[in-house]
Ligand binder design. Structure first.
Ligand SMILES: C[S@@+](CC[C@H](N)C(=O)[O-])C[C@H]1O[C@@H](n2cnc3c(N)ncnc32)[C@H](O)[C@@H]1O
Length: 438
C-alpha cells in the first residue's frame, strides 16, 4: 500500500464517508492505461489488427480503448510515431465529450501541455475552425507542439502566455473554453509516486487561488451561449466544487449544467473532476481577423513542389515568416503581441529558389495526397531503419516521397538513385525493434 499524506486521507474520508474503505482499496489495484484513436488518421479495427490486440472500450469516450500494460505497450509501435493514437489516462477522456465540440467552432484549451485535451479537441473539430492551445510553461510547450504536429493539426495556434494576456486579445471570442487546470494532482498518486512527494495542503490552496483566477478569465473569453468545461485530476473540494460553486454564485450569467467526479474505486480510471458551465450573457468581442497579406512571391517555389510531388493544391492565406512558409487557418485571429509557438500549418522552408517540406506537412497529408509514397508494415525492418534515421533502398528515383506505416504517413524522404534519403527529424529518431511491443 502506498504511503499517502494524512491530511489528504482525512479530506477524502470527509467527502466519501462510507465509501472511503473502498477508495483506499483501489490503491492496491494496478493503474489503468488506455489509448485514444486519432479518428482523422485511423480507427480501432485497423489499430487492433496491427497491434494484434483486443482493446476494450472506455465507456465515456467513444475514441478511447483500454489496454493492459503488462500485455502490450502501444507507445512502442510506429503507428504511435505516426499519430494514429494518443496514450491517455482513461478518466481524463471524460472531459472533451462534455464540451460537445462541433466542426467549425472556435475553441480555447487554456492549459494545454502536453496535449491530451488539445489532440482530442482537434479530432472533434476534424481540423476545421480554430483551436488556440495555450501553455504557460516554456519547457512543457515543446511536447505540446510535437503532439499536435503528430496528430496532423492545421487549424491550431499554439500560444505561450497567461490567461490575463489571452483575455486582452480574445474577450468574447470562443464557442468553447476548456480549462484543464493546474492542480495538486491527487488523482496521479497511483500512477506516479512523485505526485505524492510533491503534494501538500499548501499546494492545494495555491492551486485553488490560481484556479479562481483562470476560470474567470476563461469565462470572459466565451461568446454568449458558449460553453466552458473545467477539469482537474485531483479530489480536493477546494479545487473542484468550491471553485465551480463559488464562480457560479459570483457570476449571474454563468449556468452550471453538469458537474461530475470519476472515482477510482467506482470506474476503471485514476479519477477526474469535470464541470460544464454555459454563458447566458452578452459579451462584446473586439478580436480582429488577421489581415490578409499579399501572397509572397516565393510561393511560386511551393507551387512548383506541389505540382511535382503532390496530388492536391492547398488554398488559403499563405504567410512567409523569415524563410518559413505557413498556411493560416481560415478566419485566423490577429493574436497581437502574444508569444506564439505555432500559427497554422508549417508548410516548409524556402531554401535558395527551392522549397523543402516540413515534417508537420507530412503528418497533415494523407498518402493519397502525394504522388510518391512508400508504405511499410509496422513490423518491417524498413520502418525500423527509417525511425533510426537510416536510408532505405527502393530502386526508384521519385524525389520527395512520404514514408508511411500501414498507410499512415511517418515523414518525408528524398528518393534518388534508388535510395530514400532520410528526412525524419533528428530529434524524433529512435531505436525500434520490429514487432517488440513489450
Ligand atoms: C493538468 S495540466 C494540463 C494537461 C493537458 N490539458 C493535457 O490533457 O495533456 C495543467 C497545465 O497548466 C499549466 N499552468 C500552470 N499554471 C498556469 C496558469 N496560471 N495559467 C495557465 N496554465 C497554467 C501547467 O504548466 C500545466 O501544463
Amino acid at each position: 500500500m502506498l504511503k499517502l499524506p494524512e491530511r489528504f486521507l482525512n479530506d477524502v474520508k470527509e467527502i466519501l464517508k462510507d465509501e472511503y474503505d473502498e477508495f483506499i482499496k483501489s490503491y492496491d489495484m494496478p493503474k489503468t492505461t488506455a489509448l485514444r484513436v486519432n479518428t482523422m488518421k485511423s480507427d480501432i479495427t485497423e489499430i487492433s489488427k496491427e497491434l494484434e490486440y483486443s482493446f476494450r472500450e472506455v465507456e465515456w469516450a467513444k475514441e478511447g480503448f483500454y489496454y493492459n500494460e503488462e500485455e502490450i505497450r502501444p507507445g512502442r509501435n510506429p503507428l504511435h510515431d505516426a499519430g494514429a493514437y494518443y496514450l491517455q489516462e482513461p478518466s481524463a477522456m471524460s472531459v472533451i465529450p462534455l464540451a460537445d465540440i462541433k466542426p467549425g467552432q472556435k475553441v480555447l484549451d487554456m492549459c494545454a501541455a502536453p496535449g491530451g485535451k488539445s489532440t482530442y479537441i482537434l479530432s472533434k473539430l476534424e481540423n476545421t475552425g480554430i483551436l488556440v492551445s495555450n501553455e504557460i510553461n516554456k519547457q512543457r510547450i515543446k511536447a505540446l507542439g510535437e503532439n499536435m504536429e503528430r496528430f496532423g493539426a492545421s487549424n491550431c495556434i499554439i500560444t505561450n502566455t497567461d490567461s490575463a494576456s489571452l483575455k486582452k486579445v480574445f474577450k468574447g471570442y470562443f464557442d468553447r473554453v476548456v480549462i484543464d487546470a493546474p492542480c495538486s494532482g491527487e488523482g496521479m498518486f497511483r500512477k506516479d509516486e512523485v505526485a505524492i512527494e510533491d503534494w501538500s495542503y499548501a499546494k492545494v490552496l495555491e492551486c485553488s487561488s490560481i484556479q479562481k483566477e483562470i476560470i474567470k478569465d476563461g469565462y470572459d473569453m466565451l461568446k454568449e451561449g458558449g460553453v466552458l468545461v473545467y477539469s482537474t485530476c485531483t479530489f480536493s473540494k477546494e479545487e473542484n466544487e468550491d471553485i465551480i460553486n463559488g464562480f457560479v454564485e459570483e457570476c449571474d450569467g454563468a449556468e452550471l449544467i453538469q458537474m461530475h467526479r470519476l472515482w477510482p474505486h467506482k470506474i476503471e480510471g485514476e479519477g477526474h473532476f469535470a464541470a460544464k458551465i454555459i454563458k447566458n450573457e452578452t459579451e462584446k468581442c473586439k478580436t480582429k481577423d488577421l489581415s490578409r497579406v499579399k501572397e509572397p512571391k516565393e510561393i511560386k517555389f511551393y507551387r512548383d513542389f506541389e505540382k511535382k510531388f503532390m496530388n492536391i493544391s492547398l488554398e488559403g492565406n499563405f504567410v512567409l515568416r523569415g524563410e518559413n512558409l505557413y498556411l493560416m487557418p481560415e478566419n485566423a485571429p490577429d493574436t497581437g503581441k502574444i508569444k506564439l509557438l505555432r500559427y497554422g500549418l508549417h508548410l516548409g522552408v524556402m531554401k535558395k529558389n527551392r522549397f523543402e517540406p516540413s515534417h508537420a506537412l507530412s503528418h497533415y497529408l494523407k498518402i493519397e495526397d502525394v504522388k510518391g509514397y512508400e508504405d511499410f508494415d509496422s513490423k518491417s525492418e524498413e520502418i525500423a531503419s527509417y525511425l533510426k534515421g537510416d536510408t532505405i533502398n527502393t530502386g526508384k528515383s521519385r524525389g520527395w516521397i512520404i514514408v508511411s506505416v500501414n498507410g499512415v504517413p511517418l515523414g518525408w524522404g528524398k528518393e534518388n538513385g534508388g535510395i530514400i534519403k532520410n528526412h525524419y527529424p533528428k530529434g524524433l529518431r529512435r531505436v525500434y525493434l520490429p514487432g517488440n511491443m513489450l
